[in-house]
Design a binder for this molecule. Structure first.
Ligand code: COA
Length: 331
């Protein structure tokens, strides 16, 4: 698909939104302009590729693939979206065949895809059946949780105070709308550990290679799409560097907030910094963006630290986000 073709991108958006909303009443899509701008974003670290599956002139499905270019270069990230009205006609299977060809052409040995479905269908949901029929294995399952806002001020104050007692004197915690530029290198170094440090089941990840230049590109994209990014960081008083962070993304056009990454560098764990940055960001969210009604987060089921803090804040399970992977014979 030509990403520059506005009419085609409108059709693509309609199909993908129909898929995302199907049997998921809690899902709120991003506006079209923001979703298309995200796909069109030129990131030197990752390229984006789209294909359409057509049925008698109607777009029936969309295959999206992302190629990491500087790290995890054995992998293709993918999303297969077949419109609910066009399923069980082989489009999904044909999309996977095209994807495997693309992966081989790009010397990738692994394809990874995520899905969303209810926890009570974990073993036999159609998306899982489809994935396994197409040679994928379930590699890891995240549990998606939702926190209804506002969280009681005294609970946030209590959690923040507990954390402060453990880190004060050695670290300071700050919440930013835009992180000062001098902190970008150490912030990027933290972000690069998220994929490799968080539990990921059977799917291993190398550290990523986000640079301040690429990060600036993502901030420009936020401004272009109207997305607001809140970042809380913990700074080591000795080095002046970021050693922990947590990000919330506030999408345009709706009243939700998405919890993105939270990470504490290994050598700085044990001082409640994860708890500190998460709560600092929630406090900033509630103080400055009272229009937001809920926060969505996803955690590996085997990440007890993160899950326990989320449960204490009041997050409740919503659905599963399984990750499937298929390894290919190396070309
Ligand atoms: C999963 C998805 C891509 C399947 O698309 P599709 O075009 O219906 O897939 P196919 O017609 O090629 O189905 C291939 C096989 O998968 C299995 N399958 C697919 N849907 C199924 C269902 N609802 N119930 C049981 N098995 C199903 C069947 O074995 C099917 O073969 P069959 O029709 O000969 O029995 C589609 O439902 C979708 O877009 N889901 C949402 C996005 C998603 O989760 N994508 C990623 C999954 S890795």
């Amino acid at each position: 698909m030509d990403l520059a073709d506005d009419a085609l991108m409108s059709q693509m958006y309609a199909v993908v939104v129909a898929v995302r909303c199907f049997e998921r009443p809690h899902f709120v899509p991003a506006p079209e302009a923001a979703a298309v701008a995200d796909l069109r974003h030129i990131d030197p670290g990752e390229s984006t590729h789209l294909w359409g599956m057509w049925e008698e002139g109607t777009l029936a499905g969309v295959l999206t693939a992302w190629l990491p270019l500087h790290d995890n270069v054995d992998t293709v990230w993918t999303q297969v979206d077949i419109h609910p009205d066009h399923r069980r006609r082989g489009h999904g299977t044909r999309a996977i065949a095209a994807l495997v060809d693309f992966a081989r052409e790009n010397t990738r040995a692994r394809v990874v895809a995520e899905a969303h479905y209810p926890a009570d269908r974990a073993d036999d949901h159609p998306y899982r059946v489809f994935a396994e029929r197409n040679g994928f294995r379930l590699g890891q399952t995240q549990i998606i949780r939702r926190l209804m806002l506002p969280v009681a001020d005294d609970l946030l104050a209590e959690i923040a105070q507990e954390a402060r007692a453990a880190y004060q004197g050695r670290y300071r915690v700050e919440a930013f709308g835009e992180v000062p530029r001098d902190l970008w290198p150490s912030l990027c170094a933290c972000m690069n550990r998220l994929g490799s440090d968080a539990p990921s089941g059977e799917i291993d990840w190398e550290p990523e290679s986000l640079t301040p230049e690429r990060y600036e590109g993502f901030l420009d994209l936020d401004r272009q799409t109207g997305r607001v990014r809140l970042t809380a960081v913990a700074i080591d008083e000795d080095s002046g560097e970021v050693v922990a962070y947590s990000e919330l993304a506030l999408p345009p056009g709706n009243s939700r907030a998405d919890q993105w990454g939270t990470l504490v560098l290994t050598e700085h764990r044990g001082h409640r910094l994860g708890q500190a940055v998460k709560v600092a960001n929630l406090l900033a969210l509630q103080a400055n963006h009272p229009d937001r009604v809920d926060v969505i987060t996803g955690n590996a089921h085997d990440n007890p630290w993160m899950v326990s803090i989320n449960e204490r804040l009041g997050f409740l399970p919503l659905e599963l986000c399984p990750a499937f992977y298929r390894t290919l014979d190396t070309p």
